[in-house]
Ligand binder design. Structure first.
Ligand code: ATP
Length: 771
């Protein structure tokens, strides 16, 4: 105010200050209690109106012309002489309540109290402004409103905001606040778009309080140019730190959906659901909407429409601005889900604990549903860790009456227990079963939902043909999955029993040659090796990596293109080695010779147009996950360029760099680091890797029988019809080439019923096919 430093010196004693305060309040109480002091010219005007009928026709502003005010005692008395013009203190228009009181006093006559002033047609108004409006003393801003409406039809929001400010400045807007509240959404039309662009979230819906605050900021800036403030027009102040109103970025991303599009998708798919899908849909929706938070497992073999159902539920909930987290156990399955990711990356399992107060914790708190596809192949510890984390975040106790699995969130897991179970390194049957979700305490809370009808191949003529023992191809595939396929030779115990493969599906062996299966699967290779559709639809599957490498080399050698070899750089991880002796114990040549599942080879031999498979989830949102198949389109020195062959990102070209891959195994006292392109040829792949891939032509090569639950089922269910499937069996033990071992842990199916939430489990789960 003074534009200066001011030094204040207190130059007397404290006693004086005490005296000062005593003095100013001296006698104050008696003043307050004196009724005469409470009287003012205005209160006495009210009194006058009560007693003098003539005064009642004169407004307060004019009363001095007819009456004079006496001070002792305070009262108005009729004027006997003189001519006086009344005057009420000036108040700037349109801002405070006093202004409206003043307006009433200049116009209304006969009021006997403040309440009386505020009463219009027997109705007590909420304030003086309201009373002015009801009495029609204020213009109703119709014209200003009409002007905004008119410009709103063709003008940009920037123009509208300028117009709004012009109206405030020059058009005597009677109720600026009402004009603002009625129109701010129109004035904010572009701000929603601007916010989306700034955040790079195309469909994000900024909260209304954020947009309202942003409009106010723009209006404030415009008013400043005229040396005015929002307060001059009784307008609210913006929230200064409005970015806070936008909230958690992770949450925003999960709300970034075109609501109309989601609604249309949901309605469109819902109309086509079959009765089992509808039943499952209503179950899950009821759990989400009522907040009871059940744990469901959607059980159905391949093609029964699990993904189709997830899509319907997810779209419906997203159209209602609910958060749904969609994950799968494998990267490949995740790419088929709407904005899916892998469970491990989404929930940071098992390394990090999700801490309260973090963005991820808030996202989980606000999540309505978690969908987890291919759940049977994930270790139960992952689900148990997730359940505990959610209990912690949602403040749900881990035991007792109030315990709820997954903290009371609705969980929809899905998958097929006939497929591969969690891989436990070095573990056998019992260890694998122990790792299954079915053996988790969580399973007793599970509600099973069933899908039986194969929506993928039901109407295919080829598949209604009996291929074997009175069974169609789909029935035989399911029989393999359930461990009920017809047995050919029993062996000494169930473990050694062999099932018979229909003659129709057998390729006659030619010694130990792999030629027959290559010729079947890659028939026409020399003409078609550059064809995308040829490569994406065929592969040989086999139980072990060793065989995969042999087949890949054999097929590659037939391709008439130049060979390019990439050598990895292998080393021991320095953090993991305590002793430099390890370097001499495990020389580089030894490290180079190591070959592990999931690790690219030291000597990676490639050719142009060869099909390759990614071995790491290097960029899942861009479709680059563990299991993605590509065709090589360029072999550079530092990058390999490829065209994605399958999934949502089919046809996209990507560049893959060398990356550092760490690897350790129990039997080695070190962690190895291999710098190599994270890829491997995939004319052939292991059966485990083939889960999730759909092929038109698949060769199942069994130099040795399968060794783990679900492998044979996964191998035979890669194709849509028997036409595309052939076996080449080299049984080393001399058993004939028409039978092989089928490993199925049937006790798992019995244990499924422990969920306690199904009745006729066995009749429901086992399809009707001849035994
Ligand atoms: N109710 C339905 N009406 C029409 N088509 C459907 C229906 N349900 C599923 N489908 C179609 O059937 C095919 C298989 O469905 P989907 O991929 O959802 O099955 P899935 O159980 O997820 O299979 P997988 O386990 O092999 O991934 C898809 O092409 C899907 O579009």
């Amino acid at each position: 105010m003074f534009q200066a430093h001011i030094n204040v010196e207190i130059c007397h004693k404290g006693r004086l200050i005490k005296y000062l305060f005593k003095y100013v309040t001296k006698g104050l109480q008696s003043v307050l209690e004196d009724p005469e002091k409470a009287k003012t010219m205005l209160t006495e005007y009210f009194t006058l109106n009560r007693v003098d009928p003539e005064a009642r026709s004169i407004p307060y502003a004019d009363i001095p012309s007819h009456y004079t005010f006496h001070l002792r005692p305070k009262h108005w008395a009729r004027r006997k002489q003189g001519n006086v013009i009344g005057r009420i203190v000036f108040i700037p228009p349109g801002t405070t309540d006093v202004y409206f009181l003043r307006l009433l006093l200049t116009k209304i006559s006969g009021a006997t109290s403040f309440e009386d002033l505020m009463t219009v047609d027997g109705y007590l108004c909420k304030d003086y402004e309201d009373a002015c409006l009801r009495r029609g003393f204020l213009s109703d801003d119709d014209e200003s409103q009409a002007a905004i409406g008119e410009v709103g039809q063709w003008g940009m929001p920037t123009l509208l905001r300028s117009l709004f400010v012009l109206l405030l400045l020059h058009s005597e807007v009677a109720d600026p606040r009402k004009l603002f509240e009625d129109n701010w959404k129109l004035l904010a039309d572009d701000l929603c778009y601007q916010t989306r662009r700034a955040l790079d979230l195309q469909y994000f819906q900024p909260p209304p309080e954020f947009l309202r605050s942003e409009v106010l900021k723009h209006i404030e800036t415009l008013l400043h140019a005229h040396s005015k403030e929002l307060a001059n027009y009784n307008l609210p102040l913006p929230v200064r730190d409005s970015g806070e109103l936008l909230g958690n970025r992770l949450v925003c991303e999960h709300l970034n959906y075109d609501l109309c599009m989601q609604q249309r998708t949901a309605d469109g798919i819902f109309a086509t659901l079959n009765s089992e899908q509808i039943e499952a849909y209503h179950n899950v929706m009821e759990s989400v909407n009522s907040g009871v938070g059940r744990f469901y497992f959607l059980y159905g073999h391949g093609g029964t429409g699990k993904t189709y159902l997830y899509n319907t539920i997810v779209a419906k909930l997203r159209s209602q601005q609910k958060i749904v987290l969609v994950v799968a156990s494998s990267g490949i399955a995740a790419t088929l889900l709407p904005d899916g990711s892998t469970g491990h990356s989404r929930f940071k399992i098992p390394i990090d604990i999700v801490k309260r107060g973090t963005h991820l914790a808030e996202l989980l708190q606000r999540t309505s549903l978690i969908v987890w596809d291919e759940a049977p192949m994930t270790h139960r510890f992952c689900f148990e860790a997730l359940s505990k984390t959610l209990c912690d975040i949602m403040d749900v106790p881990l035991a007792g009456q109030s315990y709820k699995p997954f903290g009371g969130k609705t969980i929809l897991m899905g998958g097929d227990f006939r497929q591969i179970l969690p891989v436990v390194a070095g573990g056998g049957r019992e260890a694998t079963l122990n790792a299954s979700i079915v053996r988790s305490p969580l399973w007793t809370h599970c509600h099973l939902l069933f899908l039986h009808q194969n929506m993928r191949i039901n109407h295919d003529v080829v598949n209604t043909k009996m291929i074997f023992s009175g069974m169609t191809f789909p029935q035989w595939v399911l029989a393999i999955g359930d461990g009920l396929a017809p047995v050919k030779c029993l062996g000494e115990n169930a473990e050694l029993a062999r099932i018979e493969i229909p003659q129709y599906l057998i390729l006659p062996p030619n010694g130990t040659s792999i030629q027959p299966i290559i010729d079947f699967v890659f028939h026409g290779l020399l003409d078609l090796y550059r064809s995308v559709s040829f490569l994406k639809n065929r592969a040989i599957v086999t139980p072990t990596n060793e065989t995969v490498s042999a087949i890949n080399s054999a097929v590659l050698s037939r391709i008439p293109e130049e060979t390019k070899v990439y050598y990895s750089i292998d080393s021991l991880c320095t953090e993991s080695t305590d002793s430099s002796d390890l370097d001499s114990l495990y020389p580089i040549e030894f490290l180079n010779s190591l070959s592990f599942n999931g690790l690219p080879e030291h000597e990676l031999t490639l050719k142009l147009y060869a099909p390759i498979m990614l071995l790491r989830n290097i960029d899942p949102p861009a479709g680059l996950c563990n299991g993605t198949r590509l065709m090589v389109t360029h072999l550079g020195n530092n990058v390999v360029k490829g065209l994605i062959l399958t999934g949502t990102y089919e046809g996209k070209t990507v560049a893959i760099p060398r990356i550092a891959l760490n690897f350790s195994e129990h039997k080695w006292p070190f962690t190895m680091k291999r710098r190599q392109f994270p890829i491997r040829l995939c004319y052939a792949m292991t059966i485990n890797k083939s889960q999730g891939q759909t092929l038109e032509r698949a060769g199942v090569f069994l130099p040795k029988p399968v060794f783990s639950h679900g492998q044979l089922y996964v191998a035979v269910s890669r194709v849509r019809s028997a036409e595309g499937l052939r076996f080449l069996i080299h049984n080393e033990d001399g058993c004939d080439a028409t039978c092989t071992k089928n490993v199925v842990y049937t006790e798992l199916f019995a244990e499924l019923s422990m969920s306690g939430n199904i009745y006729s489990f066995v009749t429901k789960i086992l399809p009707a096919y001849p035994k």
